[in-house]
Design a protein around this ligand. Structure first.
Ligand code: DPP
Ligand code: ZN
Length: 848
């Protein structure tokens, strides 16, 4: 397959004035009739052929302005020669046949448990009918659905309903990737919301009968999202109805189709007994994210798929702000940075590194990445820091006013900031174009009351980008006295050269430097500090992220020393942890995060960045030893925290109770390394909520116990798909390294292992890939099992298979023996004539 290049962008030859679609639904023989009013694009070269995308469609008939035409589709669509087209506007009409039942790729129109649904982003609409399937062609849609199923939904407002049919009218011009259709036996929970503009909107969450009692939280999150977008961004909803549908078989998390969001059911359905606190938080975030897309994505969309971060980075940033406002900004920021490092830094350091705005792709589905999403959000956070909060809001107002109804580019985005803030941001734009995580080195010099800080930046080469230019990096920095008082509140240092010096004078005492507060830029900071300095920051910094980070750095340094030299965690570290654990002034959620040691993959990443070849077994062993030492040294404190952090009364998923449960489970989890899991077993036995039931069982599994609890968990939950995903995942994730691949293999033989369901596949195969010591066993059994299953899944659902294949993206970190084993598996995956475009691109890039 040939790559597509950003540099080759051409405006569409034809624009669309109106689309009318009729669906006659049948599992094997759905008919789709399209009537599309085309007009030549005045901004394009005149006299071009009409090219329509189409894949896997059986063309029944086609006409132009009512006159039958002969069209011969090829593998990717069909063309009508310019000479055969009328001058000026014309109506194209076509009838095609498709088979949703056999569609296991879950792209286009497909079926999930007897229900019809669609997924069109990025290029699924071409599997529904012939169309210019590109985001810069926006049109109003009118849709008629014919089916005996009781609930028939599409985008926009309801426009008519009779026995066996329904019509929908979407007045807002939209690209085809936002088209959606749902038909099934569904039931809704409904509320009303009045917008700040006075529009009375019906909000529905549609689920399968029986799941109604699990929709209250999502519906409430939706109302809060709508209100928040009005209050914080001045954006109101623009249709009379907003529908959300939960679907069990779904490749992504959810999809922001105009007025008809379709969700992976795991991000809608929740009750206290079936969903963990993390599930509730994920639901709140994703409901908000998809809703926020209505303005950042739908009203203003992307000109082409290279601009994907224009909507995704911005919408992630907005959902992060929302979650901070709903819960805790400090805790949310820490969690976001942990995710960024675990996923995006990992991606940026390996063969799949790409800029936030890529320059080429073979399959766009492979670019729904942590870089486009999470790093994209970080760029917006930096922009806000550089221009200030008021100018940020001004730039966004300008963006909405200037570009509503348009398909835009990163250039348009940067321009609103330049215009609103009166500032040249051409250097900042490099962040969108340059891949790789910059390394910032901070050197301190203290003399005669003067502090001199030297900041350097360097970005290592990434695939296709051997040379890197200096970036504009906002470094938020403050100074703390050894007794904990703040000597200098946060300043933003703008690092825009390879090396810069910043001086601070008139200081009464040698300060402790608190750098990169709030994680002000997505960089790797190299800043040598003593354990004593880190302990001061952990105990006293005014910036909560910096406090967390100081504790994290302490833990990382100790773990590195344990892994490399067999050192042991010293008393200072254990004392610092004890202080954080028992500090009642601190938010329990924050204490839970501080207590959590860096994960095995994070340690492999940091060892590799420091020039070492990580040994997954040594990392696993050292981490467990550190947990054992913490458990021994802190046992009484941990036990007290477990008692103190109970949450009496009825279950509430709010941030306060969730934080208490997080700390309680974190403490019981550490303690299990000394008490054999006694506390965890007690929590499991008494649990009246999934967070504690599942958290306690996981803690038991992690110390080699939990067999009985696992059996009980299975008996209790075998009828609940989403809880069963947890049952599958936990057994793999917490398996002893030498057993992980065996356990995963056994689970794939389980009657409930429905491998075509993406959630279930990821629960087993994805979890093995996320268990570094288990996946990277020297005998290669983990690699083999994952490759076997990826090959099988590639035949049914290439997009999902390609996504999971990223478990191999870190392979060059490891020793030669492991590299040889992985190379052999990647080659086996690639060397098949039937290897999909999706997987072919991913494996090709990984092999480099
Ligand atoms: N549904 C995905 C998201 O919201 C892609 N747009 O990010
Ligand atoms: Zn999104």
């Amino acid at each position: 397959a040939q790559p597509i290049y950003l540099a080759d962008y051409q405006p569409p030859a034809f624009l669309i004035e109106q689309v009318e679609l009729t669906f006659r639904l049948a599992p094997k023989t759905t008919r789709v009739v399209s009537q599309i009013r085309f007009a030549p694009n005045p901004a394009a070269a005149p006299g071009q052929d009409l090219r329509l995308d189409g894949e896997g469609l059986t063309l029944i008939a086609a006409s132009i302005d009512g006159a039958h035409v002969t069209a011969t589709p090829d593998a990717t669509g069909l063309s009508m020669a310019a000479a055969t087209l009328p001058d000026g506007p014309f109506t194209w009409e076509a009838e095609v046949e498709i088979a949703p039942e056999g569609n296991t790729a879950l792209e286009g129109l497909y079926m999930s448990n007897g229900m019809y649904c669609t997924q069109c982003e990025a290029e699924g609409f071409r599997k529904i009918t012939f169309y210019p399937d590109r985001p810069d062609v926006m049109a109003p849609f009118r849709v008629r659905i014919e089916s005996d199923l009781p609930v028939l939904l599409s985008n926009g407002n309801p426009a008519g309903r009779g026995p066996g049919w329904a019509e929908w009218d979407d007045p807002h011009p939209k690209p085809s990737y936002l088209f959606a259709l749902v038909a099934g036996e569904l039931t809704a929970r409904t509320v009303r919301f009045t917008t700040m503009e006075g529009r009375d909107v019906t909000l529905n969450i549609w689920v399968r009968p029986g799941d109604e009692d699990k929709t209250a939280y999502a519906l409430d999150a939706l109302k809060r999202s709508m209100l928040w977008d009005e209050q914080v961004y001045g954006r109101a909803y623009d249709l009379d109805i907003f529908n959300i549908v939960a679907v069990d078989d779904f490749n992504m998390g959810a999809m922001e189709n105009k007025g008809l969001n379709i969700f992976n059911s795991r991000y809608v359905l929740a009750s206290g007994v079936t969903a963990t606190d993390s599930d509730f938080a994920a639901i709140e975030r994703i409901i908000a994210h998809e809703y926020f897309h209505n303005w950042t994505g739908n009203r203003i969309t992307c000109r082409d798929w290279f601009q994907l971060s224009l909507k995704e980075g911005l919408t992630v940033f907005r959902d992060q702000q929302f979650m901070g406002d709903m819960r805790s900004h400090a805790v949310k920021r820490i969690e976001d940075v942990l995710t960024l490092r675990a996923r995006q830094f990992r991606e940026d350091a390996g063969p799949l590194a790409h800029p936030v705005r890529p320059e080429s792709y073979v399959e766009i589905n492979n670019f729904y990445t942590a870089t486009v999403y999470e790093k994209g959000a970080e760029l917006i956070r930096m922009l806000r820091l550089l221009v200030g909060d008021a100018q940020y809001r001004g730039a966004l107002d300008l963006y909405f006013a200037r570009h509503d109804g348009q398909a835009c580019t990163i250039e348009d985005w940067i321009a609103v900031f330049e215009d609103a803030a009166g500032r040249d941001l051409s250097q900042f734009k490099r962040w969108y174009e340059q891949a790789g995580t910059p390394k910032v080195t901070l050197l301190e010099d203290w003399q005669d009351g003067k502090l001199t800080l030297t900041l350097r930046q360097h970005t290592a080469p990434t695939p296709g980008q051997p040379l890197k230019e200096p970036l504009l990096i906002p470094v938020a920095l403050g100074l703390i006295a050894p007794d904990g008082t703040e000597l200098l509140p946060t300043q933003i240092l703008e690092l825009d050269s390879p090396e810069q010096v910043f001086r601070f004078s008139d200081l009464p005492t040698k300060p402790v430097v608190s750098a990169l507060r709030g994680f002000s830029a997505p960089v790797q900071l190299a800043h040598a500090q003593s354990s004593a300095e880190r302990a001061i920051l952990l105990g006293h910094d005014t910036d909560p992220f910096a406090r967390f980070e100081a504790g994290r750095n302490l833990a990382r340094d100790i773990l590195h020393a344990m892994i490399r030299d067999g050192a042991r965690p010293g008393p200072e570290y254990l004392e610092a942890m004890r202080l954080a654990l028992t500090d009642h002034a601190l938010d329990p959620a924050f204490r839970a995060l501080v207590l959590r040691l860096p994960g095995e993959d994070e340690l492999a990443q940091s060892l590799h960045a420091a020039g070492h070849t990580p040994d997954p077994d040594a990392i696993h062993t050292a981490r467990r030893l550190a947990l054992r030492r913490m458990a021994d040294a802190l046992a009484p404190d941990l036990a007290r925290v477990v008692e103190d952090m109970d949450t009496p009364g009825p279950f509430s998923p709010d941030a306060r109770d969730a934080g208490r449960r997080a700390l309680r489970l974190a403490a019981a989890g550490v303690l299990a390394h000394a008490d054999g899991g006694a506390k965890a077993r007690a929590i499991f036995a008494q649990a009246d909520n999934m967070t504690e039931q599942f958290g306690a069982w996981s803690a038991l599994l992690a110390v080699g116990a939990g067999a009985e609890e696992g059996a009980q968990f299975h008996r209790q939950w075998q009828g609940d798909r989403l809880v069963m995903d947890k049952w599958f995942a936990a057994q793999v994730m917490h398996a002893a390294p030498e057993r992980a691949a065996k356990i995963a293999a056994a689970l794939t033989d389980h009657a409930a292992f429905d491998w075509k369901n993406p959630n279930r596949f990821r629960a087993v195969i994805g979890s093995l890939g996320a268990h570094p010591a288990g996946f990277h066993r020297k005998d290669g059994a983990g690699y083999r099992l994952v490759a076997d299953w990826l090959i099988r899944l590639d035949g049914a659902n290439p997009q999902a298979a390609a996504r999971v294949s990223t478990v191999f993206e870190t392979w060059r970190r490891y020793d030669h023996e492991r590299q040889a084993l992985i190379r052999a598996e990647l080659t086996r995956m690639q060397d098949r004539p039937e290897c999909s475009r999706d997987m072919g691109e991913m494996v090709g890039r990984m092999l480099g």
